[in-house]
Design a protein around this ligand. Sequence first.
Ligand SMILES: Nc1nc2c(ncn2[C@@H]2O[C@H](COP(=O)(O)OP(=O)(O)OP(=O)(O)O)[C@@H](O)[C@H]2O)c(=O)[nH]1
Ligand SMILES: [Mg+2]
Length: 344
Amino acid sequence: MKFLDLAKVYIRSGGGGAGCVSFRREKFIEYGGPDGGDGGRGGDVWAEAVEGLNTLIDFRYQQHFFAKSGQHGMGSQMTGKSGDDIVLRVPVGTEILEEDEETVVADLTEPGQRVLLAKGGNGGFGNLHFKSSTNRAPRNANPGLAGVERTLWLRLKLIADAGLVGLPNAGKSTFLAAVSNARPKIADYPFTTLHPNLGVVGIDGHEFVMADIPGLIEGASEGRGIGDRFLGHIERSATLLHLVDGTSEDVAGDARTVLTELEAYSPVLMAKPRVTALNKIDALDDETIAERKAQLEAEIGTPVMLMSAVAKQGVTDVLRALWSRIQPTRHQDSNDDVDAPWRP
Ligand SMILES: Nc1nc2c(ncn2[C@@H]2O[C@H](COP(=O)(O)OP(=O)(O)OP(=O)(O)O)[C@@H](O)[C@H]2O)c(=O)[nH]1
Ligand SMILES: [Mg+2]
């Protein structure tokens, strides 16, 4: 199964710079003594959880993170410059795993939480360090320590704020593609979507994550179709969007099928705030729209919104309706703590 929220990264900390062998050479100063400086420390590689990120998509484009090595030591007791550290900025909730994809290295659950993934190598001592009463002109210096190389997985347990449900072909993927950065497969046959797709949706300056999952059919809870196993992905969502295909002859029956499966899967899912929309109204005349809207409302007992994912008609209102149900579940907007005092 493919997840948008899994990324493989290759990291390497910088090696330490070598220590230097050098002697003080100045006019009129005989036997100037050793003055080789130490090598600089190599850069570390860190990961830090930051607010405001929702996906690991950036790591699709950049997978290699190599910190710079420290500079070699120099004469006149000059220490080499340290290599700069690298910080991988990841969304809050990212788990970092070893290459085996099982061993957990770190679980970054708090904004600002940092973990050292690869420590930079220490620089080597220059010959100044080896001066002693018995050896006043040492000709030895240490090489720097090598950097550490690791292959790691980043895994984000994305909690979709909104989950899309509906029969196959209702237009769930079309809707996700119309309102987010996600590019799910769309086609005119059922079960086009075989794995969940996640997209980040922007509305009125807010962002939320929406999940498109495979369509449900009657008996999905008993494993028919591709079953209800994907409902787990939207179990923790704040709200659901139930899309009903307006071109169907039996919109009430279609909606009933979906709600029956939700109920069978979990009453928790059934009890979530839900927005229902009649989709594909671009393909219908006004009379049919009004008729089917009324049939649907009679079946589910709540107001139904009208929408066309293809014509992008009514989608903003649907997004606003979703956001108004998501907003109360957010502890605070990430912008709220911009002025919070800095604490070490
Ligand atoms: N006319 C019209 N067609 C639509 C609209 N939305 C989706 N469709 C079409 O309906 C078909 C199914 O769309 P999908 O987005 O793949 O449907 P889905 O609900 O994701 O289907 P599954 O992944 O199989 O569950 C495609 O041919 C879409 O072009 C709409 O608003 N108007
Ligand atoms: Mg789909």
